[in-house]
Design a protein around this ligand. Structure first.
Ligand SMILES: Cc1cc2nc3c(=O)[nH]c(=O)nc-3n(C[C@H](O)[C@H](O)[C@H](O)COP(=O)(O)O)c2cc1C
Ligand SMILES: CCCCCCC(=O)C(=O)O
Length: 370
């Protein structure tokens, strides 16, 4: 297979980075990045559901200039494609999140740094001038989470992304078989250790069970609001009911996400619930989206369904594992190039021109056959 890839040259789409990453990484780490929860039904659906949405291109529009740029929470970025928070980048590449952040800066996009990063908040901040958001898990030790929020704010992170779909870690069976262990998380040095007293199954799951605050609920958003002046986005919304609640507690943005299908299996593909959430939010705050984005056409479809931007998880990690900073840059570039072509061929010179009428969902296709 390696020979085949060398003969075939550089990857031509982001999916091809996955095989390169598989070859580059120890099995335990590749499985951790790749895996979803339980039967991995939702993992497949996240990707497959995009394929069932058809494009409805418009013709004879002046597409001699295409502008991919957009503004997210006041920050202009080169395209509506951001980097999702993913843990443990040093397991993929020795430079870890610093390499990813530099690629984000070079691509002029936003990186969301995971709470579970292997480089510190400060290292990432000082390595480049990318616009950075900070993703937060709330620990039972609230003081530790508060410290991290303060460090992010002091170091120029522009928003807090509160992940709300992980009161416990999902059941990832490859990690259980591999007895996956968390690396040292330098952000928590002297505060908490990732070593857990547990020699069965996934140590990640045991660590999260002992550390994450499963009691955190809507009323606790007030705690977060009280300790930071940064905008707060909530990541992990899948229903209109929760979108409405999020509006009520006054979040500044919503990320439609099922955590890359790593938490609760048999949740719907995120692209299938995006529009429900967008309608509930009614334009009051930005709605971002992640899950299964592998093509520029996927970005286009998510935008047509009302997302302001998408975030990309696994392809970024695969790019990092395969080729470091350059690999991450290529992943973002490839998606941007494909989006530009999709917009050109669909008659959309700017992201604001992408509308609901540029796509047809499977449901609409079936309905029109009746
Ligand atoms: C290896 C890996 C680690 C992740 N770590 C985090 C994390 O630390 N915090 C978080 O909020 N989401 C995390 N996620 C979820 C991503 O932010 C994102 O929701 C998901 O990857 C999007 O799906 P995609 O991988 O199909 O693009 C992780 C996902 C993966 C694949
Ligand atoms: C060490 C505790 C769990 C890390 C969780 C990272 C994550 O969100 C993931 O999906 O994996």
């Amino acid at each position: 297979m390696l020979l085949l890839l060398i003969m075939e040259g550089e990857p031509v789409n982001v999916n091809e980075f996955q095989e390169l990453a598989r070859l580059a990484l120890p099995k335990m780490y590749y499985d951790y990045y790749d895996g979803g929860a339980e039967d991995q039904y939702t993992l497949k659906e996240n990707v497959e559901s995009f394929r069932k949405i058809a494009l409805r291109p418009r013709i004879l529009v002046d597409v001699s200039r295409i502008d991919l740029s957009t503004i997210i929470l006041g920050h202009r970025i080169s395209a509506p494609i951001m980097i999702a928070p993913t843990a443990f980048h040093k397991l993929a590449h020795p430079q870890g999140e610093v390499a990813t952040a530099r690629a984000a800066a070079a691509s002029n996009t936003i990186m969301v740094l995971s709470y579970m990063s292997t480089c510190t908040v400060e290292e990432v901040a000082s390595s480049c001038n990318a616009v950075r958001f900070f993703q937060l898990y709330v620990y039972k030790r609230r003081d530790i989470s508060a410290q991290l929020v303060h460090r992010a704010e002091r170091n120029g992170y522009k928003a807090i992304v509160l992940t709300v779909d992980a009161p416990r870690l999902g059941r990832r069976e490859a990690d259980i078989k591999n007895k996956m262990i968390a690396p040292q998380l330098n952000n928590f040095e002297g505060l908490i250790s990732t070593k857990v007293d547990h020699d069965e199954g996934s140590n990640l799951e045991a660590f999260a069970k002992g550390t994450f605050d499963a009691s955190f609920c809507w009323r606790d958003l007030g705690w977060l609001r009280a300790i930071t002046n940064l905008p707060i986005l909530i990541k992990g919304v899948l229903t209109r009911e929760d979108a409405i609640k999020a509006m009520e507690v006054g979040v500044d943005g919503i990320i439609v996400s099922n955590h890359g299908a790593r938490q609760l299996d048999y949740t719907p593909a995120t692209i299938c619930v995006l529009e429900e959430v967008v309608h509930a939010v009614g334009g009051k705050v930005p709605v971002l989206f992640d899950g299964g984005v592998r093509r520029g056409t996927d970005v286009f479809k998510a935008l047509a369904l009302g997302a302001q931007a998408v975030l990309v998880g696994r392809p970024v990690v695969y790019g990092l594992a395969a080729k470091g900073e350059y690999g991450v840059k290529r992943v973002i570039e490839m998606l941007k190039d494909e989006l530009e072509l999709t917009m050109t061929l669909s008659g959309c010179p700017g992201v604001k021109d992408i509308s609901r009428s540029h796509i047809k969902t499977e449901q609409e296709r079936l309905h029109s056959m009746l």
